[in-house]
Ligand binder design. Structure first.
Ligand code: V47
Ligand code: SF4
Length: 359
């Protein structure tokens, strides 16, 4: 195995093997990797860098699970003084009312897995949002939340997803994937939906016509080979369904959680991970750098490492990352600022909707 053979494979459009991906992680010079990933993203998207106008809403941080990397969750019996919250629909209504009609195209909703909430809650939330903002795209509920909803309400996964879709759910976000390798997953996210269930839920969603995203949490206890394994499972599923829109690598942030003794990986490791993802995941069209988590500067630089999407304006109250050490405590960028930042990297800012159609 050497770079020349990988270079030839990339030039002829031949799919990379997991051994080749691991070789890229371990051996490829960074600048070589950057050039290859940048060439691939230009082949796919030209110089376009996508973003949308969205808000993130986290209904509750009360959670039946206790993932070790999570700084955000509280036990269901914890109080507001202990940092637990439970927003009402009226709270969400007040947030939505701040935006004139047409100012937002998407609301992203995800939070802790509340012990009392089943699919009926998810339906109510979707209907409420659409009453306030008809036509807005609802990207909501990770596979972990969907698994719990289904169990709580005594439904199959397909029944739960179909009911949410009927209530107005537009797509599934990519959260809860963490890392699929069972040993590591057990250590950092023991108890919650195992890899096969996360994948089954996305496969079912795709089958009934819901698109979705996929994340990967990296830079904690996993080996680089676990990242390749994670991406290969996604690539295999995508071959069957074509339902993933974007892949979102999330660097583990180390504040205020049970793994805080671990250092965070350096910026070059983010770039390497993005670049390998762009080259290995040849069937997932978009690669997203979530600026809220990476920081605006690092996310913008990643536009040269295979990334073509920065998520959106985000605005308001997302706390999953600020509680875990992300720099921005009230993450929000205007469309104008996002456009300036993208243009400053020599890329073309393109507003998209939630299904990646140009607005
Ligand atoms: O699954 C939690 C991650 C995810 C930490 O689909 C952490 O468009 C780093 O999935 N350090 C939820 N990451 C967020 C998510 C997401 C975000 C933006 C866009 C989309 C999309 C999806 O947040 C969790 C977990 O992997 N996370 N804690 C932490 N300490
Ligand atoms: Fe709960 Fe999600 Fe945090 Fe895990 S990552 S403890 S499932 S909120």
């Amino acid at each position: 195995m050497n770079l020349d053979s990988i270079d030839r494979a990339l030039k002829t459009g031949e799919r990379l093997s997991r051994e080749q991906a691991l070789f890229l992680f371990e051996e490829a010079p960074l600048e070589w990797l950057r050039e290859q990933a940048d060439a691939k993203r230009i082949e796919l998207h030209g110089s376009a860098a996508f973003y949308n106008r969205n808000i993130h809403f986290e209904p509750t941080n009360k959670c039946v699970y206790a993932c070790k990397f999570c700084a955000f969750a509280r036990r269901p019996d914890q109080t507001p003084e202990e940092g637990a919250w439970d927003h009402t629909l009226a709270d969400l209504g007040a947030i939505l009312d701040r935006y004139p009609d047409g100012a937002l195209t998407e609301v992203h909703i995800t939070g802790g897995v509340h012990p009392d909430r089943g699919v009926e809650y998810g339906e109510e939330l979707c209907r409420f949002v659409l009453e306030r903002k008809p036509g807005i795209h609802i990207k909501a509920f990770t596979a972990v939340e969907v698994a719990f909803f289904a169990r709580k309400s005594g439904l199959t996964i397909e029944q739960a997803l179909a009911r949410l879709k009927q209530a107005g759910l537009g797509s599934l976000p990519g959260g809860g994937a963490e890392i699929f390798a069972p040993e590591v997953r057990r250590k950092i996210a023991g108890g919650k939906a195992p890899a096969h269930q996360w994948l089954e839920i996305h496969e079912t969603a795709h089958r009934i016509g819901l698109k979705s995203n996929a994340t990967m949490l990296y830079g904690h206890l996993e080996a680089r080979s676990d990242r390749v394994d994670h991406m290969e499972r996604l690539r295999d599923l995508q071959d069957r369904t074509g339902g993933f829109m974007s892949f979102i690598p999330l660097r583990y942030r180390n504040e205020n959680n049970a793994l805080s003794h671990l250092p965070e990986v350096p910026p070059d490791e983010d770039f390497r991970t993005f670049a390998v993802a762009r080259l290995f995941l040849d069937n997932i069209p978009h690669l997203k750098a979530y600026w809220v988590m990476l920081g605006v500067g690092q996310a913008c630089r990643s536009l040269h490492w295979g990334v073509d999407d920065l998520d959106g304006t985000v605005d308001d109250s997302t706390r999953i990352y600020s509680m875990a050490g992300a720099e921005d405590k009230n993450p929000s960028l205007t469309s104008e600022r996002l456009r300036e930042l993208i243009a400053a990297e020599g890329r073309e800012p393109v507003e998209r909707d939630s299904l990646y159609r140009r607005v």
